[in-house]
Every structure is written in C-alpha cells, then in structure tokens.
Write a protein that binds this ligand. Structure first.
Ligand SMILES: [Zn+2]
Length: 398
C-alpha cells in the first residue's frame, strides 16, 4: 500500500486550502469528538462526530485530501512503509488545545483517516452526573468501596466508557487509597491519582514506557487501586488479572457492547476463564443513544416499521412511538443530545460458575437478569415507550 500513498506534488499544495489547523479549530468549535476523512474516487468526504452524531461537513478535492494527509502524517512522524498507521500529536492554537489521536487505514479508494480529539482540560465527572439511576449509582459505589477484585467498564468505542472509568477512579481517589492509573492516552485528568502515560519511542526501547514497564513500576508503589485505560491485548488483560488477584482493586475499560459480552471479550483477549471467574466482581455495561429532539418529535405509527423489521418485536410499544422530524433547533437531524444507559452485572456465585465453565454471553446475561440486573436493552425500550428515544436506537442495541 505504501507505493499508493498520496504525496503532494508541489509545496504550495500543502494545506493551501484546508490547513490542518483550520480544520481542527473548526471541529473543536463545533464540539467535535472526532474527524473522519473518508476517501472517495474523486477526493474525500469530511465528517465530524459530536453529541449530535456523525455529520458530513464537506467534500475535499483530491489535492486537498492529499495535502491534508501529508499535513497529518508530518505532524505525528508517520513512516511511509507501514500500511496501518497510528499515532498522536498535541495541538494548540488560538487558545484551544487538545491531543489528536490519528488512525489511518487503507481502503479501496485510498486511506481513511480518523482524528480523535481529546481535550486535555477535560475533568472527570462525579459519579452522580453520569446519568445512572440512583439505585445503579449506589450499587456501583458499594462495589467500588469493596476493596479488591476486577471491575470492568464495558462499552463500544465512543459510548462513554472512558468517562465512566474516570468517574469511578475519581470516586476512589476521594478515599484513603493510593490510586495509580495507566493510560494510553490520558484523556481525563484525575486530581489525586498518579496517571502514567504509555509512550513508545520509536527505535529507543529504553526511553519507551511500555504497558508492562509502567505496570511493574506501579506495583512497586503499592497501589490500592489500579486503573487501566483499556484492555486491548493479551498483555493488558493478563496485567489486569494479575493486579486484581494480587490484591489491588483493578478498574479497567474493555470494548464490548454489554456486560455479558465483556466476559467473551476478556476471554478473547486471553483471560483464563477460571482466573477471570475468581477475580471479576462487577461489569458495568454502557451505551449511548440519541435523544429525540423535543421541539419536533411527533407520534409515529410503528406498523410499517414492524413490517420492514420482522425480527423486531414492536408489541411492547403498542403500535406507536415518537420520532424527531428535524427542525431548526436540532439542525434538521430530528435528534439532539445523547442519553446514557447502564447495566450493572455483579458477579454472583452462579454467574462466576458460568464464567468458569465457558458459558455463552447469553447464558451469563440470563443469569445476571435472574440475579436482578436490569438490562440496557430493556432500559432503552422503556425510554422508547416514553417517546424520548427513537425506535431505531433500540433496534441498534438489540
Ligand atoms: Zn428538532
């Protein structure tokens, strides 16, 4: 793929019409969490993701796309030979600053570029502001106060998992416990915790802070609580289990679309089922759904939808729901803002046995519901019934 990689032909093409700085300032001004530059045969599509969802904000000519690609590659020092590129750089201009995490993936039309924007000034939300119900929040706090074992925060990317993890760590910092958190990148600053940034220095292993090195160093500081930014591979998974089994309360984020699926994901990352069953105390599943715009949502007949989606049981909705139509207030989208949903799966003796025996995610989920868990899907269904959430969001999370 390296030979296909676009290169600017003249120096003045470099960011001449769409410099990276202007793009980033514009995106930050719109409250964007990410910028997507998707190549097309003739150029590229420019989209931004914010609380309002993903929106196309412009089209780039081939020259603009090439110039932008080069701008970005120069900023994080990409090497030309690698087909998949990952990296980050710090951005600061006109009073705005953020960390930009870059991911470049080759596609049929060229290279798709994603820029995730993390504002370093972000402060952790207290647990009471995450949007949990009172009962869920109290249950979460009880387990966090419990002292040891592994707590997983399970969410798909972009569904609020980082926010929940940092809120949990902030709650723990408040007590008399030594909190160390190993992250890549540090997205939220946690006053009172020791946050370690994993950092790879190309070709200089001695100066690199690998996950394993950070963890060995952290263990020497007697952490009572260990936060792990994301369990992404066998190394981080094994580290989380080892820390949890050796006595530290370990709170880690994992990419999974629900509490029970987090168990499958952990096993997929190399967790031994018995060790996972012995250490796992709680899984917090989390998802975000779009919220109907309250200014333009009208009643919607579900019968045509039921025909189009025969696998969706619309019976509980009694034939009607509400759907935003698009107005000036919601910029024509029909939805405004997001609603977070949580499911708390405490690992009981029964579910622990299922984890150890290799039960499927649905068996573990059924047991959790018997143990009292209110599933995210049923919570979302409730909010469809009240007209706050469009049916499509419920279908998306089934
Ligand atoms: Zn509206």
């Amino acid at each position: 793929m390296a030979t296909d990689r676009p290169r600017p032909t003249t120096a003045d093409q470099l960011g001449s019409r769409l410099p990276l700085t202007r793009l980033l300032l514009d995106a930050l001004g719109r409250g964007a969490a990410a910028i997507h530059i998707d190549p097309l045969p003739e150029g590229a599509s420019l989209k931004i993701r914010s609380d309002l969802g993903l929106k196309q904000v412009g089209l780039l000519t081939r020259d603009e796309y090439v110039a932008l690609w080069q701008n970005i590659a120069d900023r994080f020092g990409a090497e030309g030979a690698e087909p998949f590129l990952e990296g980050s750089f710090n951005f600061r201009a006109s009073g705005q600053s953020c960390q930009v995490r870059v991911s470049i993936v080759p596609t049929a039309c060229g290279e798709a570029i994603t820029l995730k924007l993390n504002s370093r000034e972000t402060k952790a939300l207290p647990l009471c502001r995450l949007g949990m119900t009172e009962a869920t929040e109290q249950q979460f706090k009880r387990v966090l106060s419990g002292g040891r074992g592994l707590i997983l925060v399970a969410a798909a990317p972009g569904q609020g998992g980082t926010t929940t993890l940092s809120s949990a760590l902030t709650f723990l910092v408040d007590g008399p416990r030594n909190v160390i958190s190993i992250e890549d990148p540090i997205e939220v600053s946690l006053a009172g915790a020791q946050q370690v940034q994993v950092k790879m220095v190309r070709d200089v292993p001695d100066r690199s802070v690998t996950f394993a090195r950070a963890l060995r160093a952290a263990a020497l500081q007697d952490p009572d609580v260990l936060g792990l930014g994301l369990l992404r591979d066998a190394e981080t998974m094994s580290a989380a289990l080892s820390a949890a089994l050796s006595g530290a309360l370990t709170v880690a984020r994992i990419h999974a679309s629900g509490a029970a699926l987090a168990v499958s994901r952990a096993v997929h990352l190399g967790a031994q089922r018995q060790l996972l069953a012995d250490s796992l105390k709680l899984v917090v599943g989390q998802a975000l759904t779009r919220k109907n715009c309250e200014h333009c949502a009208v009643e919607e007949d579900l019968r045509p939808i039921a025909k189009a989606l025969p696998w969706t049981d619309v019976e509980p909705f009694k034939g009607r729901t509400r759907l935003g139509q698009g107005c000036e207030r919601c910029q024509g989208r029909g939805h405004a803002g997001m609603i977070p949903f949580f499911e708390l799966m405490p690992v009981t003796a029964s579910s622990s046995r299922l984890v150890a025996q290799g039960a499927s995610a649905s068996e573990i989920q059924d047991q959790a519901i018997r143990d009292g868990m209110v599933s995210m899907v049923s919570a979302i269904r409730q909010r469809v019934l009240t007209g706050e959430v469009p049916l499509a969001e419920y279908v998306r999370h089934l």
